[in-house]
Ligand binder design. Sequence first.
Ligand code: ZN
Length: 285
Amino acid sequence: MIPYDLHIHMILDGVDFRKAIGSHREHPCDALIRSRLEQYHAQGVTFLRDGGDAWDVSLRARELAKEYGIDYRSPAFPIYKKGHYGSFIGRGFSTLDDYRRLLDVLHEKKADFVKLMISGLIDFSRPNTLTEEGLSHEEICQLVELAHREGFAVMLHTNGDRAANAAMDAKGDSIEHGAFFSQETLLRIAKTRTLWVPTLSTIGNLIGCGRYPDAVLQPLLRKQQENVALVAQKGGLIGLGTDAGAYCVPHAEAISHERHYLSSIPDLLLHAAADFVRSKFCPNH
Ligand SMILES: [Zn+2]
């Protein structure tokens, strides 16, 4: 069993994000957090990287995780640009000055790294479609550079070629999700050894659930698996992260689902990615 998950959201429950967030809205609910940490612990998990939330649930989880022998990393909240994807879970900015203020808040909250939303989501109802293209190349480079200057590594919610190439131009520290990459982008990810956490459970676990057409999901999962295999074969770094808490992605259990979707990737490569995250996604990197 893999003893880590490089992409989770403690605040979410895999079922209903509004209800899940509602349970923590007043203050983080320790009982819920503890029950999930207990599940991870029972499965032998010792390392988790959260994608963050605006209600300090991941920060509270980081505190409690010590009692369960879990090294827990949190970006406090994910940062998004107002008018773009991310408002349901993150904190938004409009100007670069607003963004700088959010970075100050991350310092106050002792965030381990910065999580940035730079693109839309996969539109599971249609083939090959993102909900939006996301931020401009220039903006992405500025945001990552400012975060790096403040000593933070940067985890990037990234779909589509433009966002991925901007992320790499900016020397972003990890690419999350990663739908609809061209061959050229995939080869560049491999060559630059940019960590890619493809969160295949967010696609594969939807197959057969009836919410979206399997005729969209099945070819997409297959394509993503091929892309991941290509990047690994060319020497790239693939990480195991499930996006646990996302719809149909249950905490702890999803690690074995993700391992199954990543069956072409040897354990050793996944472990190298986890080691990279352990050393990089902490302050002053
Ligand atoms: Zn996420």
